[in-house]
Design a protein around this ligand. Structure first.
Ligand code: GRG
Length: 298
């Protein structure tokens, strides 16, 4: 049994335990970087220890398992991906962005500390993620350069930031389906895509089916998020719900309706499952994990 299968307790595919074990891995690596010597360190630890689903590290470890990449070789990437994701949430919650008070069932960082601390903690998290990858002695320099190039392109001004900028600028505009899909891909999809493609860089593997899986999972993740925002409770999601409508935000279900959103998700789902079949991965935990992501209710 591989370390990952052990972690997953694959006989029962106990993904709930997987999340708990994953959190322990993430915390122990994070603790080797952060103490509580300053308010910034405390704030970063507070944001990262809140109970998120850890989707991005999970994808990294699960893809790595397919190519026998040990958990240890993926720890820095897993932690970096969760740090970047958490920074994006911290900044997204700021009064000048979505202005939210609740995140992962806890006060948002600017509510717990201050707006200035939340801005600075988010900034520090970006460089910390890059530092953690740079200082990883289990990755070759060649792999580090390729991985970091993909990461900074995914989260930068032509990636996640551009998606967020579109999210804001679309507020007063009429937008079409393709524009919403493109925004979802940029603001949410690219980081998820990174988590699926980064282990392939280490495995020196290129395969078009992986690009389909990575892109589809990333876009569909935001479509599902928008649907849950309309249908689920604040308590279940651990964050305020149904805010997009009142803020005149543009998202897929608000513009095209619930049933067209579900049809669109189904399209991404079936294409993704087809790619898993082509890669002969029907029985791998990754496929089951991704299936669970498509069916998630939180
Ligand atoms: C630079 C000021 C400034 C702001 C940038 C980058 C950015 C703000 C925002 C990124 C866009 C963003 C926050 C997209 C949301 C993506 C999304 C679906 C988040 C929820 O992810 P989950 O469900 O959350 O994985 P948990 O809490 O489970 O980790």
């Amino acid at each position: 049994m591989t370390a990952l299968q052990n972690l997953l307790k694959v006989t029962k595919l106990n993904l709930e335990n997987f999340e708990v074990d994953l959190q322990k891995r993430i915390n122990s690596k994070l603790n080797s970087y952060l103490n509580s010597n300053s308010q910034i360190e405390e704030a970063i630890k507070f944001a990262l220890s809140a109970p998120g689903k850890r989707v991005r590290p999970s994808l990294l470890y699960l893809v790595g398992d397919i190519y026998n990449i040990s958990l240890e070789r993926l720890d820095s990437l897993a932690l970096a991906s969760e740090i970047i994701h958490t920074y994006s949430l911290v900044h997204d919650d700021l009064p000048c962005m979505d202005d939210d008070d609740l995140r992962r069932g806890q006060p948002t960082l600017h509510k717990k500390y201050s707006e200035a601390t939340a801005v600075l903690a988010g900034d520090a998290m970006q460089s910390l993620a890059i530092q953690i990858i740079l200082e990883d002695d289990k990755l070759s320099n060649e792999h580090k350069v390729s991985i970091l190039k993909l990461l900074v392109e995914s989260i930068g001004y032509k990636g996640m930031i551009l998606g967020q900028e579109q999210d804001i600028s679309f507020e007063g505009k009429s937008v079409n389906k393709d524009e919403i899909i493109e925004m979802n891909y940029l603001k949410t999809g690219l980081l998820i895509e990174f988590c699926i493609l980064a282990p392939l860089i280490i495995a020196n593997m290129e395969e078009k089916e992986w690009n389909t899986i990575a892109k589809n999972v990333g876009i569909a993740f935001q479509l599902i998020d928008d649907l849950l925002d309309l249908e689920e409770s604040e308590e279940n999601l651990g964050k305020a719900t149904n805010k997009d409508h009142s803020k005149n935000k543009k998202n897929f279900p608000l513009i095209l309706g619930r049933s067209e959103t579900i049809n669109e998700i189904k399209k991404f789902h079936s294409e993704t499952m087809e790619s898993f079949s082509k890669l002969s991965l029907n029985k791998h935990p990754l496929k089951i994990y991704v299936e669970n992501l498509f069916n998630r209710r939180s």
